[in-house]
Design a protein around this ligand. Structure first.
Ligand code: CS2
Length: 466
């Protein structure tokens, strides 16, 4: 029991550690867990871990780690106060404290939103990148830096103490995300201690999940608007009304919150859901991010309100993305596309194209290239996806088609910028992004699209395709 604003408040005991405490998890997973406890109880309080900076902890600590999640619908805002977060640890300040927290017997799930690059894998193959600087560090130090390093060292502690492993549940936008996480954890563990790897392989659980909710970065004006409504919160999160969470029901000893009671779907195989979401939502998000940014659009809603972009994205779903998908049970992909377009059009959600454009080297393979390759294999043209890839190639050069400088954020930014002046061929030669066969087949069409964007501009190039 703790005191908040003079009132005694029951706080649940922690059952979950979350690595990568960004706005997305606070607006999505944490809200589902809070709801599950409201309906069905259980000790599933969450301890958040920031793997990089103290900003979120510093903002939330003075307010007892409670925060406001604001649902932003076309008709207005609905704030809700969440108290599911119990504490926030800042990993670089005290890695040992994070490992001890993860080794606590009460913790049964470690969930992750560390973004694509946090898995330290090769985006084209999904395998651990042993040359990643954080992985090199974690191989030779007991106190880790990377997310896979924290999982391996905490599981090592649990094994040494005779405890069961926790379930490691990834909530990042990667295909087969549970399998990717299991792969990088086992590979790292094997290089540290093969017996540990065998133990994790036998007893550990790594459910795949499909997560969905549009959560733009919180802006200073959001904080000011809430303050004007009488809500003082240094770190609120803004989100759309829609939310979806599809989870492979594979947990150590079946221990998990009653997430179905909170509206999550527990299934035996998430593959079809993941493909649908990654290719239809994230694929078009990235497409609109690059082409929209280059055309001067600040947000996704601005793109959706532009008739040329709207016609282009609808044609992209219909002609290039849906034909390559197997729908999940009971889902009509045309209806799903209509629903996505309505979500993109929500004017209350100011989701910046610049924000979504980040880390494209880690996103293109699963969002765009996989669809492109499957279409190519059956002789189906993908001119819209090709244009998206060409748009990315302009974007990462650091200069728009109008010559304006672009602030490119990407773990491969330096290498991309160095290659961009040599044109598409130099970028296609990066095997971490483009598998060799895709690079070969893409070369001619993407070179043409790249040139067309430069000579005709973005809007005319889009119009050609609608
Ligand atoms: C976006 C996602 O930033 C991005 O790359 O595409 O964060 C997207 O908003 C979510 O996956 C929606 O569920």
């Amino acid at each position: 029991m703790s005191m908040e604003a003079g009132l005694p408040v029951e706080r649940p005991k922690p059952g979950i550690i979350h690595l990568g405490l960004g706005a997305f998890f606070r607006a999505h997973g944490a809200a589902y867990v809070a709801r599950a406890m409201e309906v069905s109880g259980g000790d599933w309080g969450i301890i958040g871990v920031s793997l990089q900076s103290p900003g979120t902890r510093d903002a939330l600590a003075p307010q007892g780690f409670a925060y406001t999640a604001v649902e932003q619908g076309p008709e207005g805002e609905t704030p809700r106060r969440l108290t599911v977060l119990q504490d926030v640890l800042v990993a670089p300040e005290d890695p040992q404290a994070v490992l001890e927290a993860m080794a606590d017997p009460g913790i049964r799930i470690v969930s992750l939103t560390v973004t694509e690059k946090g898995y330290c894998h090769n985006p084209a193959t999904g395998a651990l990148n042993p040359d990643h600087p954080d992985i090199r560090h974690d191989l030779s130090h007991a106190l880790p830096r990377s997310a896979p390093g924290y999982l391996v060292r905490a599981l090592q502690l649990r094994r040494n103490r005779g405890l069961a492993p926790f379930t490691a549940m990834t909530c990042d936008n990667l295909p087969q995300n549970g399998r990717v996480l299991r792969g990088v954890v086992l590979e790292l563990a094997r290089r540290i201690d093969p017996d540990l790897a065998d133990w994790i392989g036998a007893l550990g659980r790594f459910p795949s999940t499909m997560v969905d909710r549009i959560v733009p970065a919180t802006k200073p004006e959001d904080i000011a608007r809430l303050a004007a409504m009488g809500i003082t919160d240094a770190a609120p999160v803004m989100h759309e009304p829609f939310g979806q969470w599809v989870i492979e029901d594979d947990f150590v000893s079946g221990e998990r919150p009653d997430l179905a009671a909170a509206g999550a779907e527990l299934v035996t195989d998430v593959t079809a859901y993941e493909h649908m979401k990654l290719r239809m939502l994230n694929g078009t998000h990235s497409t609109l991010a690059y082409l929209g940014y280059l055309a001067g659009h600040e947000t996704i809603a601005d793109c959706a309100a532009d008739p040329v972009f709207a016609a282009f994205v609808k044609a992209l779903w219909r002609r290039e993305i849906i034909p390559a998908l197997t729908p999940p049970p009971g889902v009509d992909l045309t209806d799903y596309a209509d629903q996505l377009f309505a979500r993109y059009s929500n004017p209350a959600i100011r989701h910046r194209t610049w924000q979504i454009a980040m880390d494209g080297s880690q996103k293109l393979p699963q969002r765009i290239l996989s669809t492109w390759a499957e279409n190519h294999a059956v002789g189906r043209q993908s001119p819209g996806l090709t244009l998206a890839i060409a748009g990315w190639m302009h974007y990462i050069s650091g200069k728009g088609v109008d010559g304006q400088p672009i602030d490119v954020r990407d773990p491969m930014a330096a290498e991309l910028a160095a290659r961009a002046p040599d044109g598409p061929a130099a970028l296609l030669a990066l095997p971490a992004i483009f598998p060799e066969s895709v690079a070969k087949d893409l070369a001619a069409p993407v070179t043409a699209a790249h040139a067309r964007l430069a000579t005709h501009g973005v809007r005319a190039s889009l119009e050609d395709l609608t």
